[in-house]
Design a binder for this molecule. Sequence first.
Ligand code: EPU
Length: 290
Amino acid sequence: MAGVRGRVSYDAPLDEYTSFKIGGPADVLVEPADVEDVGLLLKQARKNKIPLFVVGGTNLLIRDGGIRGIVVSLAKLRAIKEEPSDVLYAEGGVGMPTLIGYAVRRSLAGLEWAAGIPGTVGGCVVMNAGTRLGEMKDSLKAVRVVTMKGEVVDLPAATLRFEYRRAHLPKGIVVGAWLQLRQGEKAEISRTVTEYLHYRKDTQPLTMPSAGCVFKNPPRDSAGRLVESMGLKGWRVGDAEVSTKHGNFIVNRGHATAADVIALIGKVRRAVKRRAGVELDLELKIVGDA
Ligand code: EPU
């Protein structure tokens, strides 16, 4: 940690860093002060062969034993900058809802697809987050990555490969992204965003801790619809429950452990496989020690 200026804590509980409110501790949790600090941290972690994991926190289940090595939170990288030609630069730790709010205030259209996605800009780039209306790659102009050597590289989106919920990026940390937007009508952008937020509030259990959708949608179908049609809504293991509102959400009813969630995921997968012959792939990322 020599020279690192950000906040460093040891044996740090991670549950409050995740939207699921679940997860064991990190050996070391670091909130780098800025991009330079990220570079220093990566260089030193690599030299000392210490594993490193970036916690965005919304599409994530951390196992009950926690995470060995260094966990990085980009909570201090929260700047947004307006650039010429309707481009916004947002640092990796900026929350998507904040970025959308900024875009609406500046009458910039193009991010409406992301309304309701709770993740960070960095997290949304890494997993090419998306909804029915679009995905991250549609808005992305370029990405700023700090490599494992501690170097800052800017990569035009056109040179990167994206898949469904996955971006191919060099090893390192996404510390910022340029979004290509366009001038629009403020009232109209705002209306679209609000409509979409209402749709989600009506169809998703947003008032309970969860990690968003658990499974990727199978081709031409919806995992939520499939889970519902099998009658699996309301299934429970401990305090983990298949949401009664949306079948592709598992909610934490208070004291769910990661082990509960993982057991429930297994039950749902086996039931869907047995009865519908469909293998559900995880969208949720599961990390850490059991
Ligand atoms: N449906 C059901 N029962 C359910 C859930 C859905 O019958 O329990 C039906 C709905 O009535 C609708 C269809 O399935 O006819 C599709 O449902 P929805 O509009 O909720 O979309 P989805 O495919 O289930 C996707 C994303 C969500 C995103 C919504 C809204 C994936 C895996 N899921 O869900 O993303 O919020 O569209 O745009 O891509 C996430 O990524 O964490 C996530 C929740």
